[in-house]
Design a binder for this molecule. Sequence first.
Ligand code: ADP
Ligand code: MG
Length: 343
Amino acid sequence: MTKQTTLAEIGEFGLIERITKQSTKTHKTTEYGIGDDCAVLKYTDTQYTLISTDLLVEGIHFDLVYTPIKHLGYKAVICNISDIYAMNGTPQQITVSIAVSAKFSVEAIEQLYEGIHTACKAYNIDLIGGDTTSSITGLTISITAIGIVAESDISYRKTARVNDLICVTGNLGAAYMGLQILQREKSIFKEVGAQPKLEGYEYVLQRQLKPESPKHIIEQLKKNGIVPTAMIDISDGLSSELFHICKQSHVGCNIYEEKIPIHENTADVCKEFSIEPLIPALHGGDDYELLFTIPITCFDSISTIQGVTVIGNITEADKGLYLILKAGDKVALKAQGWTSFTQ
Ligand code: ADP
Ligand code: MG
């Protein structure tokens, strides 16, 4: 009998590689398939169509004990359109498919869709279809987002160049610390039945439960004539996303601890949990900020855009991926972001 491989042995990315290696590109309209935030389709001369799909499973991606179902609908849309922004594109449509078990009331599913519609309004998206089916195990949501980008504006993961500046939007680690609060309060509730204490944690909770996409930054970049040489959204943690850009672009990088943007409320919650703020900033997931690289000549221009921080620079591949600590020490970056099958 041939050896049966466990999923944990090869991990999420190993599995994707293994099951997709036979896929071919037979159509001229398939500009780029597997390997980036979106697939890229070419139907016209000057514009690409972008498509991205994601699956959210109850018990794996969300816990309805502490997630208001309306927020879940909102967040599900954000997770998907984030991949369109990550190609420097504009999301325009989504389809939403759900599998629902009998434990959900009609009103609960209506609430889920309240959140979906609210996000669609906020980001100017049309909900154009989907599918509905039953489930034995709970709620599963699959969203496909469709967007557009001018051919001259597209940002892949594979095109960062040596000496480019590395930038991030917003701040990092907040969503992860929000999750820590929610999980702590859930376990206290389970153990002693105490009502959750969520006051004072509004910022990190909002980042976890109702994240936003940095759409305004994409607009600002356009206004300033900056096309990122590479871009990815930060869904699995800064470190892991830097690995994707560097691996696919065949480059290395240096990032600087002192430059990594961390919100003061995130730092406060870290203190409470005795966690070094750098850890969630590097490895926490769910922030849905953007990580991108730009030519060094864009430094003055990028400095005028509020909400963007330059955190380092791209180096040659053989230099590796490094974090330079405040004290000056250089430590090799590790990709410890979220991966399926190992937790
Ligand atoms: P993201 O984190 O942006 O959702 P993933 O890491 O899930 O991206 O996926 C990486 C690439 O692999 C993407 O191009 C995605 O479309 C593709 N992919 C993921 N799972 C599958 C699958 N089961 N079959 C085919 N392609 C897949
Ligand atoms: Mg995915």
